[in-house]
Design a protein around this ligand. Structure first.
Ligand code: NA7
Length: 556
């Protein structure tokens, strides 16, 4: 391993180790980052707070947890042997299988020797004179690195709701995003699930089968499409494998969200009622996220969006037998798709079971949790266990937990107090040599995450190698480029219906969090092109510091 040129100058902070790159997090982003850095001949250390690799798939092990992107596409593409050999069992792999895959990748590419598990990164401070980061970890050690890469994940900071009395509850309390590693059995228990986002919607049907009674506390009804999950046949796997080069290329370059699907050539209002209904029916029967891709204007045009929303509301009314419950389950306060659409297996049908009750906490809010019950304004519901499916401090939450100090001692939290600001989602001005994978300002959570992760990792490692080859010791986003990018991200978002929902994309689920649309809606293909053009122009919009420059500064 060749470490980047070691720079003279101000004395470094006491360090146990020095690396070219410190990577925070060993999920899919951190693991591929390490692999790619090694290929470039760079030394790296990955710190992971969990007890194993896998990131969000290590923590989110609640009943029914599955990816909402099909496994043959939600998988690494960087190694052909890996994609040819791995056998996904189902259309949407369950969480244990995705975690197994992550562990397999760690072993297959011998990554573990450079991954330190059970170790949180608490602090990272930039030394301006040495152009080095000093990283302090929860084991009390400090390491230095030229670059720090935040591979901290977008949905990794589980959010506990602030409900009065929660701490006094006498039964077990679980958060879907921080599920225990030992088996949880709800058999014979009265269970309350709070929250009806993707995690709630996936877990309700499974918990309903075990619990003696399940009460679902719903604040906002959500749109959900059937997953139509099924075992993958050998023919289906083979067809992907034979066509992988083209499938991956299309996902990267031509698909807005990095998921290969049919691309419509028309809007919802271009078809008559009967034809439109037939198309919605066909996508509903097919199941999955691609429902939103049936027409090309569902995220732009409210009238078009209404046709899809009405169709799904109609389906809910068909499935749910009790008309009052069906009405409560029909979302009516946001356009379909403006909150991440959910993919379920028998969610709505669960409410036909005699042991499942829906409580609408918008009209009848939870007042407090009692030792053995949930008390709403109107009633007291006895429960033995509580499942909080209340989501995450998304996209910025895990970054905010680290005390990151850039130029002039400014913290990233101070800088992002009014909302995250980045150039291309990759770097933030004032924080040289600090990269973010799938950060705010990049397509990230609006895309197939693995497609976005691979693109970011490759761009970042190419950039670091380029710097080494050009004897450069620092890269930093310029304020001007950053301001223009933030304005562009906003402009694109506001041309769509997305900002109309109080979603975690907007930070709206966290009280006090600035409400800014965080991911970039321009699509992964366009975004990749922009990133490639920036690199081709010698990293336009980034300021670089040469090694001699730094030495001159130290001498003067
Ligand atoms: P989400 O999508 O943020 O859903 C959280 C749910 O919890 C949502 O229904 C919230 O209602 C509800 N919630 C949050 N706080 C409270 C309180 N205090 N009281 C009652 N209800 C509350 O998180 P998920 O984990 O389901 O999914 C996150 C992503 O993971 C998902 O989009 C997929 O990409 C995978 P609200 O809508 O805020 O009224």
């Amino acid at each position: 391993m060749s470490a980047l040129p070691s720079m003279p100058g101000k004395s470094r902070p006491a360090a146990t180790e020095a690396y070219d790159v410190v990577v925070v997090g060993a999920g899919f982003a951190g693991m591929y980052m390490l692999h790619r850095l090694r290929q470039q001949g760079l030394s790296a250390r990955v710190y992971e707070q969990g007890g194993d690799v896998g990131g969000t798939w290590y923590w989110n092990r609640y009943p029914g947890a599955r990816c909402d992107v099909e496994s043959m596409q939600y998988s690494y593409s960087f190694d052909d042997e890996l994609q040819q050999e791995w056998n996904w069992s189902e259309r949407y792999a369950p969480q244990p299988e995705i975690l197994k895959y992550a562990k397999h990748v760690a072993d297959r590419f011998k990554l573990r020797s450079d991954i330190q598990l059970n170790t949180r990164v608490d602090r990272a401070e930039f030394d301006e004179s040495g152009n080095l980061w000093s990283v302090t970890t929860s084991d009390g050690k400090t390491a230095t690195a030229r670059h720090v890469v935040l591979a901290t994940g977008c949905l990794s900071n589980a959010r506990m709701p602030d409900i009065k009395g929660l701490g006094d509850f006498k039964g077990k309390v679980y958060h879907t995003g921080h599920w225990p590693h030992e088996p949880v059995d709800f058999t014979g228990l009265r269970v309350g699930v709070i929250g009806t986002g993707s995690s709630g919607i996936q877990s309700v049907p499974v918990i309903a089968e075990q619990a003696s009674h399940l009460t679902v506390f719903q604040r906002t009804a959500n749109f959900s499409i059937p997953a139509r999950n099924a075992a993958l046949t050998e023919e289906e796997r083979d067809s992907f494998r034979a066509n992988y080069p083209e499938i991956r290329r299309i996902a990267r370059e031509e698909m807005r969200n990095g998921i290969v699907q049919e691309v419509p050539d028309r809007g919802a209002l271009d078809d008559g009622d009967a034809e439109r209904r037939a198309k919605f029916e066909s996508r509903w029967a097919k199941g999955g996220l691609t429902f939103m891709g049936v027409y090309n204007n569902l995220v732009f045009d409210k009238a078009a969006n209404d046709t899809a929303a009405d169709f799904v509301r109609g389906k809910i009314a068909e499935i749910v037998e009790d008309p009052q419950t069906a009405k409560l389950l029909q979302p009516n306060d946001h356009p379909i798709g403006s909150k991440r659409i959910c993919i379920d297996t028998d969610y709505f049908a669960s409410f036909n079971r005699p042991n499942v009750t829906l409580v609408d906490i918008k009209s009848d809010p939870i007042q407090e949790i009692l030792p053995h019950a949930v008390r709403t304004s109107a009633r007291e519901i006895e429960v033995d266990a509580l499942v909080l499916a209340t989501g995450f401090d998304a996209m910025t939450g895990s970054v905010a937990k680290i005390d990151i100090r850039g130029r002039n001692g400014q913290t990233l939290n101070q800088k992002w107090a009014e909302g995250p600001k980045t150039y291309l989602g990759l770097m933030s001005a004032g924080f040289p040599n600090l990269f973010i994978i799938t950060g705010p300002g990049s397509p990230s959570v609006l895309s197939n995450m693995i497609v976005s992760i691979e693109q970011h990792v490759e761009w970042i490692t190419d950039c670091i190698a380029w710097m080494r080859d050009h004897d450069l010791v620092a890269i930093e986003a310029s304020r001007d480029a950053e301001d223009k990018w933030v304005a562009h991200v906003n402009e694109v978002a506001h041309a769509t219906l997305y900002p109309q929902a109080n979603s975690w994309y907007m930070g709206a689920n966290i009280p006090g969090k600035p409400q800014i649309f965080m991911p970039y809606i321009g699509g992964v293909g366009l975004y990749r092109q922009i990133c490639n053009d920036v690199a081709a122009k010698g990293y336009e919009g980034f300021a670089m510091t040469a090694a001699e420059q730094r030495q001159e500064m130290a001498a003067s």
